[in-house]
Design a binder for this molecule. Structure first.
Ligand code: AGP
Length: 605
């Protein structure tokens, strides 16, 4: 969602701001803008659309400044327009914001009654008005920011410029991430680490409710009651290649091909093949074995959770409920201290998942985070963590984060199985998991055939995806991938449910993707396949390489190796579906890495 950068130094910071915003493009946005000091006055440049349009504007009116803030906006309140884009400026105060000021309408009403004139439809604009009002009442900048925020409800990461203080930037965080980086005579701030890493690896995450004031040489941190806080910077690892496309046309394609490595790195971080043991450093030694587990997550992470249920129940024999976080948080769930709540989140910042775990924590449950973002808010509020070692995922459509989440869930299942003395399953699954990366390579080698296949289906307007057992969530995830990046309507269904309604949709214009690999449910899914074929649908099957029969029945085939353990089938079967979605989207010419309306970190409800 919205991206924030801010910088103050001794040299011109505008190029730094623009590069930082570029690094945040993957989060999703529809307009952008910067504010900076020029001749001791705050100047603002904004534009709708891609960042390149803002860069064009800056070419015609070149800017140079040692202090500035920049923003990419993902519209929530008010449509994308120059007026609604950030920074918002009112009487000497320029503000950029990520989050939502929930009581903005009430505040706006009060301020309007006092004579304030608003120009935008956004919630953010009230913040600049409140700060300017507090400054006028005689407060110093820090106190004015604090007073303004004390009147706001909601979430925010904020960066603020104030007329008359051309070497300072004020920052505040509540519920939305903000990171401060330090370099030689500059401080650089961003809402996500990748925007900082090319400039500095010394980074300090601002904590919830903290405020900060930065100059080129100084950082002052404050608690919500304005007490000085001291905390030191951490060094973050940075490999410049990690965030580049390395010759791939899109980040998504690169990330699809990175999966064998990401899966291998995650497996080897926690599993020992030599003595068949599991060791998860992020779980405290006295962590109890729960009576029951709840998994909460959104989108792709939720689908990973559905497969996690199979893993945890099969290997660790612990009952599991899986729920979409935005539902869990509003239904007064029956969770207590006997339970474990697992939050799965690639970004570690998803607002609904965060809210769900704070409710569960309040009710006494322990929280375990599975995340690809180890310094994230979700990780910080959790009692235990399993980090997925996927590396940065830039494409909005999740691929390697998903497969490493599946691996992390299988590892957690084995961790509990090991503690319960279920050694047989531990060694059997460890063998299967170590086999996984090389099997993934075999499947990815079919990319050229899948690309050809994708062209044949790119003109369809609807798709159906069918699966059973632990491949039903793969049908859901395959359909989601297609929807997200190609904008084609797709539905995932448990194949056994088909005759209870969706079968009415089937005709020659509804391509149907059937996950028909050889496993315990093979016979059942083959019956469903027959039902689909007899209604003239075009069928694309994901099947086992030793299944010579299915090839004579269906229109197209993607193969996964035969004689593999059923527990790794979901990790393998998603690969052809990712490639299919990618190549259809690429053929249609959509914005694969930044699909319309989507954001990488969904930090608002
Ligand atoms: C995945 O392709 C999506 N972009 C989306 O469904 C995502 O998985 C969801 O928003 C949850 O994000 P998280 O894993 O960062 O919490």
């Amino acid at each position: 969602m919205c991206g924030i950068v801010a910088a103050t130094g001794i040299d011109n910071v505008i190029p730094m701001l623009m590069e930082g915003l570029q690094k945040l493009e993957y989060r999703g946005y529809d307009s952008s803008g910067i504010a900076f000091f020029e001749n001791q006055k705050i100047s603002i440049v904004k534009e709708v659309g891609k960042l390149s349009r803002l860069a064009e504007l800056l070419k015609t009116t070149p800017a140079s400044s040692t202090t500035g803030i920049g923003h990419t906006r993902w519209a929530t309140h008010g449509k994308p327009s120059r007026t609604n884009s950030h920074p918002h400026f009112y009487e000497g105060v320029a503000v950029i914001h990520n989050g939502i000021i929930e009581n903005y309408a009430e505040l706006k009403g009060k301020l309007t009654a006092q004579g304030h004139i608003f120009t935008s439809q956004t919630d953010t604009e009230v913040v600049s008005h409140l700060i300017s009002g507090a400054l006028k009442s005689g407060l110093a900048p820090l106190e004015a920011v604090s007073k303004a925020l004390s009147q706001c409800k909601g979430t925010w990461a904020l960066a603020i410029l104030i007329q008359g203080y051309e070497k300072q930037i004020w920052l505040a965080r509540k519920g939305s991430p903000l990171f401060i980086g330090v370099g030689h005579r500059f401080h650089l701030v961003a809402s996500d680490v990748p925007a900082l890493l090319p400039f500095t690896q010394k980074i300090l995450p601002l904590q919830d409710h903290e405020l900060a004031e930065i100059t080129c040489d100084e950082l002052k941190l404050y608690s919500s009651d304005l007490q000085v806080v001291t905390r030191s910077f951490k060094t973050f690892a940075y490999n410049p290649m990690m965030a580049e496309k390395e010759g791939y046309k899109h980040y998504m394609l690169k990330e699809i091909f990175e999966q064998p490595r990401a899966v291998y790195n995650t497996i080897t971080a926690y599993l020992h093949h030599d003595d068949y043991t599991v060791n998860i450093p992020g779980i405290p030694s006295d962590f109890p074995i729960p009576e029951k587990i709840f998994i909460v997550a959104c989108g792709t992470s939720y689908y990973a959770g559905l497969i996690g249920k199979f893993y945890l129940e099969q290997a660790a024999r612990i009952p599991v409920e899986v729920e979409v976080a935005s539902e869990f948080r509003y239904r007064d769930p029956l969770v207590d201290s006997r339970h474990l709540v697992i939050a799965i989140s690639q970004s570690g910042e998803t607002a609904d998942t965060l809210a769900a775990i704070s409710i569960a924590k309040h009710k006494g449950a322990r929280i375990l985070a599975i995340t690809n973002s180890v310094h994230s808010q979700i990780q910080q509020v959790s009692d235990a963590t399993i980090e997925t070692i996927a590396g940065p995922e830039i494409g909005v459509a999740s691929t390697k984060a998903f497969t490493t989440q599946l691996v992390a869930l299988s590892i957690l299942s084995l961790y509990f199985a090991q503690r319960k003395g279920l050694t047989e399953v531990v060694s059997e699954w460890i063998d299967a998991l170590f086999d996984c990366p090389s099997q993934m390579h075999h499947i990815l080698n079919q990319a050229p055939q899948i690309q050809v296949m994708a062209r044949r289906y790119a003109h369809a307007t609807h798709f159906l995806y069918l699966g059973r057992g632990n491949l039903y969530p793969i049908a859901l995830e395959g359909a989601l991938k297609l929807k997200e990046i190609s904008y084609i309507h797709a539905e995932g269904y448990p194949a056994g449910e088909m005759k209870h309604g969706p079968i009415a949709l089937i005709d020659e214009d509804l391509p149907t993707v059937v996950l028909a690999v050889q496993n315990a449910q093979y016979e059942k899914i083959m019956s469903n396949l027959e039902e689909v074929l007899s209604r003239n649908a075009k069928v694309l099957a994901v099947a086992s390489s030793s299944d010579h029969h299915i090839g004579t029945m269906v229109n197209d085939l993607a193969l996964i190796p035969s004689q593999i353990h059923e527990m790794i089938q979901p990790i393998l079967c998603i690969l052809p579906l990712q490639l299919l979605a990618y190549h259809i989207a690429d053929f249609k010419g959509t914005d694969v890495d930044q699909p319309r309306n989507l954001a990488k970190s969904v930090t608002v409800e």
